[in-house]
Design a protein around this ligand. Structure first.
Ligand code: KG4
Ligand code: ZN
Length: 334
């Protein structure tokens, strides 16, 4: 079975064909239009997806050497609604035109199952740490469609912290790759930035969810970096980048190890844009667990992670209706 996956939830227009043996084609078009604004502009993202989606899908099919897939999967949320709608509507229309089944995919489920595309792949149950620009969540993946949130950020996402720190330091956008590169010549122990612990049982204001000690917080760390940058006696870019990166990585690895011990799980899959980070990859690979870390290009947004969820759900006989709408807030597995 050949499944076409379409991803348009943020600033990547991406399409991929996944077959029985894995990824066959994987086309990613990153929108350049946002760079001058230092962040994604939703209206411009939707417009650019509309201009790019046909050529991207065409290229994915051509590179796979097929005219028509056996199923179509498209991101249905969460994400920027104007952006999600482009890929979702196009995917539904294409599935209807080809007369093949359609699956609307949760973007976060795409990330959290992306390690299943690789060889070797984890087997259920496994832990999945999804660290992206909008989310930082540690899941216990029990089976396809059964995910328990063990911990999540109570404020900024890790990728958001990378982007904000990069902006404070006058680096480019998106900030993660710039901080990653600069950190390579810095000392990770130079500045003792905070590793915020979360008190179990407390609540985020306005939320019903009770916090656990597997939750994370990155906003205090971001403020500590700002305070450091405002010092009168100057600062070293490489040391700030390396020390900040070490603090983020320490917090993420601490939560993974706590969860692994508590739930007796020894497999961890890493996913999301921040999973492309060199230090995080190195540190997770060195944990006393079996680590599944996809290649960098399949950590940031891509079409193959969407096609992957499509093929898994289609294989169990699932289908989504062609009147399926976009979902702005959507917890995987619900
Ligand atoms: O998953 P993703 O491509 O898009 C979202 O769904 O958010 O993640 C994008 C995030 C951005 O915040 C970006 O700065 C971060 O991933 N990122 C990195 C690296 N590459 C991308 N963060 C740290 N180190 C990297 N090498
Ligand atoms: Zn993403």
């Amino acid at each position: 079975m050949y499944v076409l996956g379409i991803e348009t939830s943020c600033d990547e227009t991406a399409a991929s064909v996944v077959g029985p043996d894995g990824v066959i084609s994987d086309v990613i078009h990153t929108q350049e239009v946002h760079v001058e604004y230092g962040g994604v502009v939703p209206e411009l993202a939707g417009r650019a997806h509309a201009e790019q989606v046909v050529a991207t899908v065409r290229a994915a099919l051509d590179r796979a050497g097929i005219d028509k897939p056996d199923g179509v999967a498209a991101t249905a949320g969460p994400g920027l609604m104007g952006a999600v709608l482009v890929g979702l509507c196009f995917g539904k229309a294409a599935a209807a035109g080809w007369g093949v089944p359609f699956i609307g995919v949760n973007h976060l489920e795409g990330h959290l199952l992306s390690a299943l595309l690789e060889d070797p792949a984890p087997t259920f149950p496994f832990l999945a740490l999804v660290v992206s620009g909008g989310h930082t969540t540690l899941y216990l993946a029990r089976a396809l469609g059964e995910y328990e949130v063990l911990g999540q950020t109570v404020d900024d996402a890790a990728g958001e912290a990378y982007d904000k720190v990069a902006r404070m330091m006058g680096l480019g956008y998106p900030g993660g790759p710039f901080v990653d590169k600069l950190a390579q010549s810095g000392n990770p122990a130079a500045i003792p930035f905070p590793r915020t612990a979360i008190q179990a049982g407390s609540r985020t204001r306005g939320s019903k969810r009770v916090r656990t000690d597997l939750d994370m917080s990155f906003s205090g760390l971001k403020t500590a970096v700002r305070t450091h940058l405002e010092r009168a006696d100057g600062w070293s870019g490489p040391d700030v980048a390396a020390s900040f990166q070490e603090a983020v990585t320490d917090v993420l690895c601490d939560r993974v190890m706590k969860a692994a011990r508590r739930h007796g799980i020894d497999q961890i899959a890493l996913a999301g844009g921040v999973a492309a980070n060199s230090r995080l990859r190195e540190r997770v690979a060195a944990l006393p667990l079996q680590a599944f870390i996809p290649p960098r290009r399949r950590c940031t947004d891509n079409g193959s992670m969407i096609a992957n969820v499509g093929r898994l759900r289609l294989a169990t006989g699932q289908r989504d209706p062609l009147d399926m709408g976009a979902r702005a807030n959507w917890t995987p597995g619900t």
